[in-house]
Design a protein around this ligand. Sequence first.
Ligand code: NAD
Length: 502
Amino acid sequence: MMISQSLPGLIVGNNNYECEGHVILPSSPTNDETFGSFSSATPDDLKNHINESYDAFLQWRKVPAPKRGELIRLMGNVFREHKQDFAEIIMLEVGKIKQEALGEVQEVIDICDFAVGLSRQLHGLTIASERPDHRLMEQWHPLGPVGIITAFNFPMAVWAWNATLAIVCGNPVIWKPSEKAPFCAEACHRALMKAVEMCDFEVPNAISIVVNGYADVGAELAKSTVVPLISATGSTTMGQNVAVAVAKRFGRSLLELGGNAAMIITPNADLNLAVKAALFSAIGTCGQRCTSLRRLIVHESIYDAFVTKLKAGYASLKIGDPLVDDSVHVGPIIDDEAKVNMIVAYNRVLNTVGSRMLCMAKSDLPSKGSYVFPVAVEVSEHHEFMDEEVFGPLLYVMKYSTIEQAIELNNRVPQGLSSTIITSNIAEAELFCSPVGSDCGLANVNVGTSGAEIGGAFGGEKQTGGGRESGSDAWKAYMRRQTNSINYSVEMPLAQGVKFEL
Ligand code: NAD
């Protein structure tokens, strides 16, 4: 699969529309080279085409759900067959290392499989009725066009988590991808359209719309009454804007926003396991996962032994251009702005009383591209600036003395996405996962903070937005619930014993 040099601003199924919005010049963070140029859509372009999605909904909701699943099964096959090609686009556009890019495509394949099974399991409940000869039940119906707004850091998987579920649930999708990853979006959309071609039943052309652009286009999508559900992934600031716009029109939003993950390492931890879990969680995707480890909370009794291992881990990291070297552990950060943010945050913590540099990668940095050194800095306590999510490989390391204090530090920040405890003590592990333990949507034991299996519901509390997507019963967000009361007798028992003399 080759990457096209120019993209349409707006794509409705197989129809491409050139637009006259902002000029976007995608360049690779791996080497700064520009590989395309196009004009984004404007809010008006979206307005002019959004009703096509509604027309597609009227048709798609009538297709039986297992058939809708067949479309997703075929799309999954396209990703399987071209796994390497899709991974290369991710590497070029957002700079992931090869294994992580392949891992992201595998997530797309996995959620396709999940959605295919789900397409035969969209079930409601039958509930005991209080009235004789009545049946009380719940059904789940298609909802309407689903708007998907995504961040740059999972440029294919997050779309797939949403689009596969939305489509099997009977809804077309309208995708506003990150302006930093439009080519990944185009590739995913084309995979879906290839699956449409292979279907032996009719699929409406506007089953998928991609609208390339900046925040103004996302804001237009958020306020459109054509779209009953907006699933938005990105920063907390973006989520605040989207939530207000959607609430104003009584739409639904599913928000997957910023994280600030912590890991507690207790005296009962296996330190070899702990160091691998901490290192990968902190430096994976160059610290640009919503679940990336930002705060390491280590018991004072094992602190020195653990830090010695962590230093060795950082020293072994190889940083480099993933396009030329398959063996690098750390690729680039997304762009120069992110690089500056990381350096500013790094200087801020180092200039704070009680802080000291603990670990730093020693590898050479490539001369071109946006590269930074992953670092771990010791802090004497939680500082207010640690409430902020720094989207890069900067890790704060703290000591603790009691498990209650460690859990309090874990829960101290405004975000609530991912958290981990490393321990072989069952009481500590269970306390961490109990109602008085971690306040995050994801609470792990002896597993890193980053990454999650698609089978579980994914999402977080507080400023992370409260949404759940991917596995478990997350599909319910993409459907509307209907309660049916059915009387199969000739009697009409009226509520509260009211009687008519008829
Ligand atoms: P971002 O908020 O800058 O952009 C995300 C998307 O929102 C982009 O498509 C952008 O154009 C759009 N957008 C921005 N402002 C908008 C507005 N007012 N209305 C509508 N759309 C708007 O985020 P980013 O820099 O691309 O990604 C990094 C952030 O995403 C981090 O905070 C990270 O934690 C978060 N993230 C969260 C999850 C999760 O599941 N919780 C997953 C991935 C990333």
